[in-house]
Design a protein around this ligand. Sequence first.
Ligand code: DQQ
Length: 497
Amino acid sequence: MRHEANRIREQMAADPHRPLYHFLPPRYWMNDPNGCIQWRGQYHLFYQHNPAAAHWGDIHWGHAASADLVHWQDLPVALAPTPGSPDADGCWSGTACDDNGVPTLVYTARLGQGESVCLATSDDGLRTWRKSAQNPVISGPPPGLDPLGFRDPYVWREAGDWRMALGSGTRASGGCVLLYYSPDLRTWTYLRRLAEAGSPDPDDMWECPSFLPLGGNPRAPDALAPSGAQGCGLKGKHVLVVSAMGQWRAIYFVGRYQENRFIPEREGVMDWGGRYYAPQVMADQAGRRLMFGWIREGRTLDSQIAAGWAGVQALPRVLSLAPDGALRMSPAPELEALRGACFKAEDMALRAGDDVLLPLEGECLEIEAELAEVSASCSLKLRCSPREDEVTVLSYDALNQQLSVDTTRASLATDVERGVTIAPLELAPGEQLRLHIFLDRSVLEVFANDRVCLTSRIYPSRPDSRRVQVTAAGGPARLRMLTAWRMNSIWPDQHTA
Ligand code: DQQ
């Protein structure tokens, strides 16, 4: 299996748009991360997968594992639809949990338009999975609720029992998350809505909830007590992450959770780029909150089918709380293992109109940059061709306090989506703009000041669209520092350029 997967990966690597250090299956379709768990030290990532085509459909659970959160090993498909069963039309999203030493997947079963909750367990170290004879363990929505969807269970242990958050939504009050209780993962009782949008919406539901304390280890017995939030400097906070179906956007709420009630205190957008969706947050054995997420394609269905692959997992992001209670998001530090040749730029004063070519180039880069004294706007041009007929522009507009990615000229190809995505980013007086950029062929992930993320897809067509330039417009700015690394591939025998 591994040999065959590596052979396919080698063939696919010639595709200039295919990322080399973001995880994706050997071929065909992938969407949501599922069942993220660290088991006996190994990280396991399951994912929504069509194993026969590069478009959504016939959804299975693909599976990969990693010892270091960076390099992944392909494992056999974990769940496949069983004809004549509740999941005959798809094994949709869900989570993994440790049921007293038994690895257990809790997932959405699709039958026609119907959705139910099913279980599968493994007795060979997460390699193969047996579906429970008691499936479905929840056969449908609670009486009296007429939801737009009923899916994506996220389970956790609480005071010796189990809780489940389930994605849903109603026409009357928009997206919501349903809360269930179980003593044994098999019999479930509906408790109440854990959270809801609260405004009528005929089309929207919340998919793929994640719900967990921030800081501390949720497996620790006191994890849900107020003192369980050690390590984040704030006591008793929880984060709820959901994906708003109608907006293609993942959002979060930080608040207090007690006695089956969640009181949101803050909310925000996980990623402003419009490509990052259905993230799932797990606690690893060190107590970190790690978030995986699906990066959607930005080109036509025909092009992705022709390419033979579609969908990428974002780099794992570490979630934490800032002292003021704001959500912090940063790339997992393990990714530093991929750094190759390094380039450093000196402190540089930029005048309005300056456009400086940096002596580094590439399609797989990590860049850390600090910009200060931005009087109007400054930009980094990425994947830029010599005459700029292809260029992706990452800009900070200090007057409007906005970070943006402009892909309108990212590619000369006609089969790609283009546009400008904007994230509000207010800097405190004297605060520098800190950009952390990951470029991996067609994927661009940007972290700004650990609190704003913007993920984009770009498909430059020219092999010489590799330059990096820094510019200032409308007034001076200062590039305080810039360090960039060539990033290595995570796959054996594949090399970045
Ligand atoms: N993807 C899954 C669903 C989920 C959606 C189906 C989110 O379970 O709600 O592939 O992308």
